[in-house]
Ligand binder design. Structure first.
Ligand SMILES: CSC[C@H]1O[C@H](OP(=O)(O)O)[C@H](O)[C@@H]1O
Length: 366
């Protein structure tokens, strides 16, 4: 998608130096566009851990390219394989909830295991990371194609009046490689002239919605309004939300969805008000090994600093400001789990299904 009129994917090989992978340091959005060079697997791990990059598909892709960078540093033979295994472990320790991370690492290591020598490892790693990124972008594009029909149907029922869609956090193209997951149907509807308006949850504590989703929509010309996280229920009670669409970081085989903290509360409000609640789910984010999301999905806890401070723009620079008593402790749960019973449907690259084992396996059994 585009930033300041220029098309980007969120991660790419440096044109001048194939030993460098480039991405955005998303901590600077929406105030600045800062490209970040990744020169080592450790650079990639830190970028994930400190959320320079974030979003399940983006985390997976960054780890994949991080392993490519590791092959550039790895020696020949068994020592080189041991080096790559250590790099994979380092990447696995970055963030626990988004399953794309683990899927991508495993895909890379499976591809690398049979490589004959260092040169083949490097070639295979880059080819596999590129393939993963391409697959992710296509998954998102197809989520847009399938999700578009839901938006179109609501638009027709409203005789062309704007479809009011609420979304939480950033499940946009900046959380992915391109298109986004929750935003893909929005972009396709807008591009096809279907009027939409997006309620954008600011999404405390890091405000991925107010900072990044709002930036994406503004850059694409999509009408939107930033709201506080607690406003969604009120809007739904007053008929101001036609549908909710969110992303996911891990979805279990029975359709339980881990997503940014606060998603569960949106789903409760939607259920109580008869508002359709959809989850945009690329298969890279499916974890068919898990069933009960509430029990089995690991929920990341991040630093209390993210709760006690805000980061904003002042005097031409990003400033960090304390917003609570310095001495007060804070808890920072990064995600919550929305039970399948609260979800209207899952929008996947293979079509739309119910949030159930039958629905998911109907699309993804093979
Ligand atoms: C398309 S995945 C987006 C997903 O990831 C976000 O979490 P974070 O920004 O902490 O990586 C959030 O849960 C989004 O829905």
């Amino acid at each position: 998608m585009k930033l300041q009129g220029k098309h980007y994917r969120t991660i790419w090989l440096d044109e001048a130096d194939p030993r460098i992978v480039r991405t955005f340091d998303q901590r600077h959005f929406p105030f600045e566009i800062v490209e970040e060079p990744l020169r080592s697997c450790e650079d990639a791990a830190v970028a994930i851990e400190e959320m320079h990059v974030r979003g399940a598909p983006m985390i997976g892709a960054t780890a994949a390219y991080g392993l490519y960078l590791a092959t550039l540093a790895a020696p020949e033979g068994a020592a080189g394989w041991a080096f790559l295994q250590e790099a994979a472990e380092r990447l696995r320790r970055t963030r626990p909830t988004a399953v794309d991370l683990f899927h991508c690492i495993q895909r890379m290591m499976n591809a690398l295991e049979s490589a004959a020598d260092r040169e083949e490892r490097i070639h295979t790693a880059l080819a596999t990371a590129n393939a993963l990124a391409d697959e992710s972008a296509e998954q998102c594009r197809m989520i847009g194609v399938h999700g578009l029909e839901i938006v179109r149907a609501i638009s027709e029922r409203k005789n062309g009046a704007p479809v009011n869609i609420l979304t939480h956090c950033n499940a946009g193209w900046l959380a992915c490689i391109d298109y986004g997951t929750a935003t893909a149907p929005i972009y396709l509807a807008h591009d096809q002239g279907i009027p939409v308006h997006i309620w954008v949850d600011e999404t405390r504590p890091r405000n991925q919605g107010g900072k990044i989703t709002a930036l994406e929509l503004q850059q694409h010309g999509v009408p939107h309004t930033i709201i506080t996280d607690n406003a969604g229920g009120h809007l739904m009670q007053h008929g101001m939300v036609d549908m909710v669409i969110v992303g996911t970081d891990r979805t279990t085989r029975q359709g339980d969805v881990a997503n940014k903290i606060g998603t569960y509360l949106k789903a409760l409000a939607a259920k109580d008000n008869g508002v359709p609640f959809y989850v945009a789910l690329p298969s890279s984010t499916l974890d068919l090994n898990l069933r009960d999301g509430l029990v089995e999905i690991p929920i990341e806890q991040r630093s209390e600093e993210e709760v006690k401070y805000v980061w904003g723009w002042k005097d031409g620079a990003i400033q960090k400001v304390l917003t609570t008593p310095l001495e007060s402790p804070a808890a920072n749960y990064g995600f919550d789990v929305t039970p399948a019973r609260l979800i209207t449907g899952l929008i996947t690259e293979r079509g739309i299904c119910t949030a159930s084992e039958e629905g998911i396996l109907g699309l993804f059994a093979g």
